[in-house]
Design a protein around this ligand. Structure first.
Ligand SMILES: [Zn+2]
Length: 968
């Protein structure tokens, strides 16, 4: 926007030095690579973030950080999450709230344990003791935390970096033991043998949250006939009534009658202990044409016939309840079992309507087995290998060779009716990407049933943003089963229990919990592995330590992070429990939001948060997930520091990353890519250059000396303040609602439409050409100073570096040494004058209409600068006529001239139409005529005037410029 003197000025003395040109150290370019770290060092040296958090006068605001997992490089998901939190915290700080943001990390769990193991040789692994593994895992986690922390700091995130919470800290672990203990003493924790999702590849039980269901899983499904060896008398007589007389003798019966079942997991057949039916369904005995009857659900008879490619003719039909008590012999093992009544889970959607039941390998099977007093047989070890209980199949692996061998054995004994591949949803271990199985193990559970109602009530009292979050978590909590909280791993917080070596009796009471908690609080959880029972048992049991064995299970990491309210927000100074806000990705309804809710409700009967805000996920510009194979991964560090090829991947700086976060509607998934970054960088530059223009024109302005009182300001300036007040109101509201994309739009519009293209465009003449101390210049500077301070403050939560850079470049003394100490921007009441709005709106529309005609002339090369033009106007609407009258009667003579606002040299309102026109327009608003201006061009101000040449010392200047020079 700098005005240059003309080319012809080269030969004569230049008047350029007599203009008031821009002067500022605030660069056009951000130079973010150097400048941002400097500004961060400034905050750190001055302790500005922590000082505000502690000493602010307002009430406390606690945003409780959800801990990212301490593994791997930072990605755009981290950026979205942490920058959103930081924008909110900085805004609250500037509002005067006490804000202490304690960053957290989730440090236990399998991925880190695997990382450590993968880095070791086979021999090293074999020599590894649990405590050595734990030390290595802790060191790995600390290193990862340090790396991620450095990244977060570079993004400009303010937090209590000196005192983060890590789930491996001893005070954290002790608080977690307390949560577990309190739940146990309230009766919410129990131990039970139960089929759980088991990952043979990880050798551990998995929670629902640790499963994924990849496309394309195929299982070898089999239809199998179990030979019937005995019929209950009631059934026999019902069959007789229908004309079916089956042999009484076992051998003969088993030749002629089979129970048809279907399974997609043939490896579970050695664990078969029953066949279940739905008592209300109809079942038929169908003749297969080879002298044998198959029992199948009547409704499925035809479908099974065509599948088996043999005729099936129903000879008798009975209810499921009638089949109960049939004895069949296991086709592969020496075992006889019975048909039992299962439940409504048995349907005719697929299979045969008779369900192979292995209580050790399925939840429904387990429940049915419990109902009928069946044992929980589980002939599969933790690696997925069949045990001696599986008879001749011992040693086979259920995910490798067991299925094929068992299918062959079924074929050999004539029980295999059909084998076919079957595609279906099947749970995989989310970490190893290998299939899981159901396997009955001794596990620890939190009984959600015990506090489900309380949890649902607590959900009701929380504000969920967006509101759909409430339904998500509500349905998840109302439907979820008990929470399996034990894991058979080493890197975690121990389940603090002892087992009586002989009887298996469990020691878990107030004394034992308090004792272990105190040990962990002092030494950390490693003590559980470092010490023997004699040192870990409570005093009342230490004398009989040899009778007890400490447990080896650790807790589900969701229990770790779900206890953070107990160890952080409810314990640390400067934080509140329940926290004001939890803010994480929308997948956390089934993760951290839920585990935190469950533990908090179970212990205290209350939700750990007042408001829960969720964000979507970062996708590429085409809406695809980012992946290395697609090559569409955007790395936050490359955005900040640039890539290998800086032309393709320039160094945008942390503020552009932050601006991206503010620009997206994060309630859904959000896109990011090179094109979006280029657009953001344009917006960033517009804000920067607008600020630079404001700063550059204030170099000789000292508010205490030069400012003009608000009531004495010209209309244009008062309108600009009124407009600023309105925009700040809207920005404040957007921040209050966490709708930062609205801030982004408002900021852009304010900088471009209100300031750059209108107010500052008009101001050039006032600022450059006037004498430095002229009121028309000082009044403009007054407005610019008032705006730049507030603009800097309003962008500070998002563009924190630019805001501070602006503040440091304000040329006059400011009241505070940092923009963050200046508070959230407000305006004095006298700025607000609604009467300015309507006439100014009319005049801005008129200006736009005139600009259109001038632009037309310029495009036809009839005009260069708009100052070469003269304009005649006739207002068509009463509103515009009123506005023109208002401006004429109330406007400041020096500033509120429409001619200057239109940037033309001559203006005539009304009068006779002009003869020689360059262009004209006759629209609803006004008649607009454009002609070449009369007179000559003043060399200094470029206005065309008729009084040029009248002054001998300055023959090329207009009278106005001469008088300015004479006063210098
Ligand atoms: Zn002039």
């Amino acid at each position: 926007m700098t005005q240059q003197t003309g080319q012809d000025a080269d030969k004569r003395p230049s008047y350029k030095d007599t203009l008031n040109l821009l002067e500022t150290g605030f660069g056009m370019r951000a130079n973010a690579i150097h400048r941002e770290p400097e500004l961060q060092a400034f905050w750190k040296d001055k302790g500005i973030d922590l000082e505000l958090g502690r000493n602010n006068p307002g009430p406390m605001f606690t945003l409780h950080d959800g801990p990212p997992y301490a593994n791997g490089a930072l990605h755009m998901g981290h950026a979205l999450n942490k920058v959103l939190k930081d924008i909110i915290n900085k805004h609250r700080l500037m509002q005067g709230r006490k804000v202490r943001f304690v960053p957290g990390w989730d440090c236990h769990g399998l991925p880190i344990e695997l990382k450590v193991l993968q880095a070791m040789s086979q021999e090293q692994r074999q020599a590894l003791t649990p405590i050595k593994l734990r030390k290595k895992a802790a060191a790995y986690a600390h290193k990862q935390v340090a790396g991620q922390m450095a990244g977060f700091k570079r993004w400009g995130i303010w937090a209590d970096w000196e005192h983060p919470y890590l789930t491996l800290q001893k005070d954290y672990e002790a608080a977690q033991i307390d949560v577990f203990g309190t739940m146990a003493l309230k009766g919410h924790i129990y131990r039970g043998l139960k089929p759980v999702h088991w990952s043979p590849s990880s050798r551990t039980a998995l929670a629902e949250a640790e499963l994924e269901y990849p496309d394309g899983h195929t299982s070898p499904s089999v239809y199998v006939g179990f030979p019937v060896v005995d019929l209950p008398e009631g059934l026999r007589s019902k069959l007789n009534e229908q004309g079916l007389d089956l042999p009484a003798q076992s051998n003969a019966l088993s030749e002629g009658l089979q129970v048809a079942i279907w399974t997609t997991t043939p490896w579970t057949l050695p664990a078969n202990l029953a066949v279940s039916v739905n008592e209300r369904l109809d079942y038929c005995l169908a003749d297969d044409g080879k002298g044998r009857f198959l029992i199948v659900a009547a409704e499925l008879c035809d479908a099974i016939a065509s599948k088996l490619e043999r005729p099936l003719q129903a000879k008798a039909t009975v209810k499921g309840a009638d089949l109960a008590g049939i004895t069949y012999s296991h086709p592969l093992l020496e075992r006889r079992s019975a048909i039992v009544v299962g439940g409504e889970y048995i349907t005719t959607e697929s299979g045969t309507g008779l369900v192979h039941t292995a209580p050790g390998h399925g939840v429904d099977d387990f429940n049915t087995g419990r109902k009928h007093g069946l044992p929980v047989l589980c002939p599969v070890d933790e690696a997925g290998t069949l045990t001696a209980e599986a008879g001749r199949f011992e040693g086979l692996n259920v995910l490798k060779d067991a299925n094929a061998v068992i299918i062959t054995a079924l074929e050999d004994c004539g029980s295999l009716l059909l084998q076919e591949d079957y595609s279906h949803r099947y749970p995989y271990d989310w970490r190893t990407k290998k299939p899981t199985i159901f396997r009955a193990t001794e596990q620890w559970f939190a009984s959600v049933e015990g506090f489900r109602t309380e949890a649902l009530t607590a959900i009701d009292g929380v504000q969920w943003l967006p509101a759909s979050g409430r339904n998500r978590i509500e349905s998840m909590v109302s439907e979820r089963g008990d929470w399996c909280i034990s894991r058979q791993r080493t890197w975690g917080v121990p389940i603090p229990v002892f087992y009586q070596r002989e009887t298996g009796e469990v020691l878990l009471n107030a004394e034992s919990i308090a004792h272990v908690k105190a040990l962990i609080a002092e030494h950390g959880a490693d003590i559980w592995w470092e010490k023997d029972e004699v040192d870990l048992l409570p005093p009342s049991h230490s004398a009989e330590a040899h009778l007890w064995r400490k447990g080896t299970d650790t807790m589900d990491v969701w229990f770790d992070s779900g206890s953070s309210w107990a160890s952080v927000s409810s314990q640390r100074d400067g934080l509140s429990y329940p926290a004001d806000l939890y803010l994480e990705g929308s997948d956390q309804h089934r993760g951290w939001f839920q585990s935190s809710l469950l533990t908090s409700v179970a212990v205290n009967g209350t939700a750990p948060y007042r408001t829960v805000l969720t964000h979507g996920f970062a996708l590429d510009e085409k809406g695809r997930k980012m992946s290395k194979s697609l090559g569409n991964v955007v790395d936050p560090m490359v955005i900040i520091e640039g890539g290998k090829n800086q032309k393709q991947e320039p160094a945008y700086g942390a503020d552009v990353l932050r601006l991206w976060v503010s620009s997206v509607d994060y309630s859904a998934d959000v896109p990011i890519g090179a094109g979006i970054l280029r657009q953001l960088s344009d917006v960033y530059r517009k804000v920067r250059n607008t600020s630079r223009y404001l700063l550059g024109n204030l170099h000789d302005f000292v508010p205490s000396r030069d400012a003009i009182a608000i009531r004495e300001l010209p209309l244009l300036d008062r309108w600009m303040l009124q407009r600023t007040a309105t925009v700040l109101d809207q920005i404040s509201e957007a921040f209050e609602r966490y709708e930062f994309f609205r801030f982004f739009q408002l900021l852009q519009n304010f900088c471009v439409a209100d300031l750059s293209n209108f107010y500052l465009d008009i101001a050039k003449d006032r600022l450059y050409v006037s004498a430095p101390t002229d009121k028309r210049r000082r009044s403009c500077q007054t407005v610019m100073a008032l705006i730049i301070e507030r603009l800097a403050a309003a962008i500070a939560p998002v563009l924190c570096h630019m805001a501070e850079d602006i503040w440091q470049n304000i040329p006059y003394p400011t009241e505070t040494e940092s923009v963050f100490l200046s508070g959230w921007p407000t305006v004095p009441e006298e700025w607000r004058d609604d009467s300015l709005q309507a006439p100014m709106q009319e005049l801005r529309e008129l200006r736009a209409a005139v600009n259109k005609v001038l632009e037309e002339c310029r495009s036809k090369r009839m005009l260069g600068a708009s100052l070469e033009a003269a304009v005649r106007l006739e207002a068509r609407t009463p509103a515009l006529q009123d506005a023109l009258h208002w401006l004429q009667s109330k406007g400041d003579q020096e500033v509120d001239g429409l001619r200057d606002w239109l940037l033309v040299s001559q203006l005539q309102i009304g009068g006779e139409p002009w003869a020689e026109l360059l262009a004209s327009d006759d629209n609803e608003l006004a008649v607009i005529e454009v002609a070449l201006s009369r007179g000559e061009k003043c060399e200094r101000c470029w206005h065309y005037e008729s009084d040029i040449g009248q002054h001998s010392a300055h023959p090329s200047l207009c009278g106005r410029c001469v008088s300015v020079l004479e006063r210098r």
